[in-house]
Design a protein. Structure first.
Length: 244
């Protein structure tokens, strides 16, 4: 399995566990609120909000909870003002790491994120130090058990996907960020079940990690994912399947 698919599937499985604790709802609500604040409350005119709503619905977020999050973003309801901040740095073995944060206290956020980097043998760098190694893309992962490759390719490419890749146990549908929602809707409309889908940062090249460095990287990703101020984490680390 490709490194990025590996992290995508780890994230999806972790998301299911977080949902049981209600934690994933907190992150989804933050994203919906910030998306509405930045681009307005109409999803048809706000791609980021449209994606956030789709992610929330995929986790069965109640309609009234979703509507309140949008209204907090547009100012119709009083709410917390979150800042959208991106941190970049290096993890164990020099792996590139991008951390997307939504926080109501940036001093607390940077302190906690820096502590995690340092504890796991990494360090935070300057803005732009690793982002050039990634491409922002829509990513839709489909299990090979769910669809025939030809049928998936026909549906995805006709809807505007850039590529469909065979990644061992699954297919990866890659889109431009602006085409993500249309392609996802076409795949859903064809009754093709997806493992996960999101607009993400896809690494141009992977960084192979083994042994202690791989173990530290898994620990670092877990700690960042568990941080309340962290929304998303991207890395080019490729780790052995047994550790994943």
């Amino acid at each position: 399995m490709a490194g990025h698919s590996k992290w995508a599937n780890i994230k999806h499985k972790k998301g299911r566990e977080d949902a049981k604790r209600g934690k994933i709802f907190t992150k989804l609500i933050k994203e919906v609120t910030v998306a509405a604040r930045m681009g307005g409350g109409d999803p048809s005119a706000n791609p980021r909000l449209r994606s956030a709503i789709a992610a929330a619905r995929a986790e069965n977020m109640p309609k009234d909870t979703l509507e309140r999050a949008i209204k907090r973003g547009t100012g119709e309801l009083e709410g917390v003002n979150y800042e959208d901040i991106v941190y970049e740095g290096y993890g164990p073995g020099g792996a590139a790491v991008i951390v997307e944060s939504l926080t109501d206290n940036k001093n607390r956020a940077i302190a906690e994120i820096r502590h995690i980097f340092t504890k796991c043998g990494g360090n935070i760098g300057a803005n732009g130090c690793v982002s050039w190694m990634f491409d922002k893309k829509g990513l839709i992962v489909v299990s090979k058990d769910a669809v025939d490759e030809e049928a998936l390719m026909e549906t995805a490419i006709e809807a505007g996907a850039e590529d469909v890749k065979d990644e061992g146990e699954s297919f990866e549908v890659i889109t431009a960020p602006e085409d993500f929602n249309e392609v996802k809707e076409a795949i859903d409309g064809a009754s093709i079940a997806t493992v996960m889908s999101e607009v993400t940062m896809i690494p141009q090249n992977m960084c192979d990690l083994e042994g202690k460095e791989a173990e530290k990287m898994v620990r670092m990703m877990d700690m960042l994912d568990d941080c309340d101020d962290v929304q998303n984490v991207h890395t080019n680390a490729d780790i052995p399947d047994d550790l994943a």
